[in-house]
Design a protein around this ligand. Structure first.
Ligand SMILES: Cc1cc2nc3c(=O)[nH]c(=O)nc-3n(C[C@H](O)[C@H](O)[C@H](O)COP(=O)(O)OP(=O)(O)OC[C@H]3O[C@@H](n4cnc5c(N)ncnc54)[C@H](O)[C@@H]3O)c2cc1C
Length: 415
C-alpha cells in the first residue's frame, strides 16, 4: 500500500496534520515513536494545556524568517483554533491573561478530543512504538524505515518536534532526517527554560512569586524586556518572565546581564522620587514598611541585606547613598544568572530546520518535493501564552491543505 501521506510524530502538529489531511480525503499513516501520543499536550500549561491566545501575531515568535511565520499564522488564526476545538466538543475559555484553556482545565480533554477524531476517521492509521529511523526516496515517493517496519508514501511530513523534554520522544531524530535530505539547520538552543543562579540569598526564596520586569542587557545594550510573573526556585529563577528571556539570554553575544525590576510599576526615576516624597510626607515610616507594601516580606529582607541598609530605619534617616543603593536593588538588580536548565526542562527549542530551503507558503522542502515540515521542528519558537501550540495547529493545517491541493491538481491533470 502506498499512503498519500505519512506523518512522522504524533504531537500537536502531527495530530493536526493527520486530521486535516484525512478531512481532505487523503489516506494517512501517522507514525509515533513513543508508546502513547501527545505527551506534551498532557503536561502543557501545568497540565491545563494553554491551547492558544487572544491575540496572536508574529511579534510573539522568534525566527530567522519572521515574515514567513506571520503568513502561516494568518492562514489558521486563533479563532480558527477555537472553532476547530469547538467542533471537536472542546470549549476553550479565555482567561484575563489572554490565554485560552479548555473549560475542563485539563490537557487530557484536548488530547482525547484529537484522538477521538483520529480514531473516527477511516482513512487514518495511527501506529505507536514506530520510531522512524530513515527516510529515502524511490520512484513512487518515499520509503520510511524503522527497526522492524517500512512503509511507502507519496508525501512525508516531519512533525517530530525539537529537542525539548526529550523524555517525551522529541530527541532530535527529525533534524537528522531533514539533514539526510540536505536541509540545513539554524543553531538550536533550549527556550522557555528556567535560569540558574549561584546566589544563595535568592535561592533561599524558593517558592516566592511576584510580578517583575526582566531586561536582558548585552555589552551594555538593552536587548529585550519581559514583564510577567516570576518565581524564585531552589536552582534559580522561573515563571513566565524568566522562561521568556531564557532563549534570548542564550543567543545574546558578549557580556550579558539580566536586570530585574522587582517593583515594575516604578522605574529608577519614579521610584527615587517616591522614596524622596515619603521622606518628607511620612518621615517616621520605616523602610521595611514601605517595601513590604510592594513586595513579599522575605524578598524585602534580602534586598535590605544586599543593599546593606537597616530595615528599621525611618524614611527621613535614609541618606542619599543608601537611597541610591535601595533604588538599584529594587528596580535594577543585576541577577547573577549562570545559565539555564537546558533541554530537559525547556518547553520548546529555538532554532531548527532552516527556512531558506523551504517553500514558505506550503512548508514543503525546496530540495525534495513531497517532503513537508510542521510544528517545532522548524526554526520557530513562541513566547509563553499558547503561542507554540498555535504554531503547531497553524503549520499542521497549512501542510495538510498544501498536500490536498497538490493531489487535486494532479487528479485534474490525469483527467
Ligand atoms: C512542560 C511543557 C509545557 C508546555 N506548555 C505549553 C502550553 O501551555 N502552551 C503552548 O502553546 N505550548 C506549550 N508547550 C510547548 C508545546 O508543547 C510544543 O511547542 C508543541 O507540543 C510542539 O508540537 P510538535 O508536534 O511540533 O512536537 P512534539 O509535541 O514534541 O511532538 C513530536 C512527536 O514526534 C515524535 N517523534 C519524534 N521523533 C520521531 C521519530 N523519529 N519517529 C516517530 N515519532 C517521532 C515524538 O515522540 C513526539 O510525540 C509546552 C511544552 C512543555 C515541554
Amino acid at each position: 500500500m502506498i499512503y498519500d501521506v505519512i506523518i512522522v510524530g504524533a504531537g500537536a502538529a502531527g495530530l493536526m496534520t493527520a486530521i486535516q489531511a484525512a478531512q481532505g480525503g487523503l489516506q494517512v499513516l501517522l507514525l509515533e515513536g513513543q508508546k502513547k501520543v501527545g505527551a506534551k499536550i498532557l503536561m502543557s500549561g501545568g497540565t491545563r494545556c494553554n491551547v492558544t491566545n487572544k491575540a496572536v501575531s508574529e511579534k510573539d515568535f522568534n525566527s530567522e524568517e519572521i515574515i514567513y511565520v506571520r503568513n502561516i499564522l494568518r492562514s489558521f488564526s486563533n479563532e480558527d483554533t477555537i472553532r476547530f476545538f469547538s467542533g471537536l466538543g472542546v470549549e476553550l475559555v479565555l482567561e484575563p491573561t489572554g490565554k485560552y484553556f479548555p473549560s475542563t482545565n485539563s490537557g487530557k480533554t484536548v488530547l482525547e478530543a484529537l484522538l477521538r477524531k483520529i480514531n473516527q476517521a477511516k482513512n487514518i492509521t495511527l501506529l505507536c512504538e514506530h520510531k522512524v529511523k530513515a527516510v529515502s526516496r524511490d520512484k513512487e515517493g518515499f520509503i520510511l524505515q524503522g527497526d522492524q517496519f517500512h512503509f511507502n508514501g507519496k508525501n512525508v511530513v516531519l512533525t517530530t518536534g525539537g529537542l525539548s523534554y526529550p523524555t517525551t520522544g522529541s530527541d532530535g531524530t527529525g533534524y537528522r532526517l531533514a539533514q539526510s535530505f540536505g536541509h540545513s539547520m539554524v543553531e538550536t538552543v533550549p527556550a522557555l527554560t528556567p535560569l540558574t543562579t549561584q546566589d544563595n540569598d535568592f535561592k533561599s526564596l524558593s517558592g516566592i512569586t511576584l510580578e517583575v520586569q526582566l531586561t536582558l542587557v548585552a555589552d551594555g545594550k538593552r536587548c529585550i524586556s519581559f514583564r510577567d510573573s516570576f518565581l524564585f526556585t531552589h536552582l534559580g529563577f522561573s515563571g513566565p518572565a524568566a522562561l521568556d528571556i531564557s532563549r534570548h539570554f542564550l543567543k545574546a553575544k558578549g557580556k550579558k546581564q539580566v536586570i530585574a525590576n522587582f517593583i515594575p510599576t516604578y522605574n529608577e526615576n519614579s521610584w527615587g522620587e517616591h522614596l524622596r516624597q515619603l521622606g518628607t510626607q511620612n518621615p517616621r515610616k520605616t523602610i521595611r514598611n514601605v517595601l513590604i507594601e510592594l513586595m513579599p516580606q522575605r524578598l524585602a529582607d534580602i534586598i535590605f541585606k544586599k543593599a546593606g541598609i537597616e530595615a528599621s530605619l525611618p524614611m527621613n534617616q535614609l541618606d542619599k547613598a543608601s537611597r541610591q543603593r535601595l533604588i538599584d536593588r529594587c528596580v535594577q538588580y543585576p541577577l547573577d544568572v549562570t545559565g539555564v536548565l537546558g533541554y530537559s526542562k525547556a518547553e520548546v527549542t529555538a532554532g531548527g530546520v532552516d527556512w531558506t530551503q523551504i517553500n514558505p507558503k506550503t512548508l514543503e522542502s525546496k530540495l525534495t518535493l513531497g517532503l513537508f515540515f510542521a510544528g517545532e521542528i522548524l526554526d520557530v519558537d513562541g513566547r509563553i501564552g499558547g503561542f507554540n501550540f498555535q504554531w503547531a495547529w497553524a503549520s499542521g493545517y497549512t501542510v495538510a491543505q498544501a498536500i490536498i491541493k497538490h493531489r487535486s491538481s494532479h487528479e485534474q491533470e490525469d483527467h
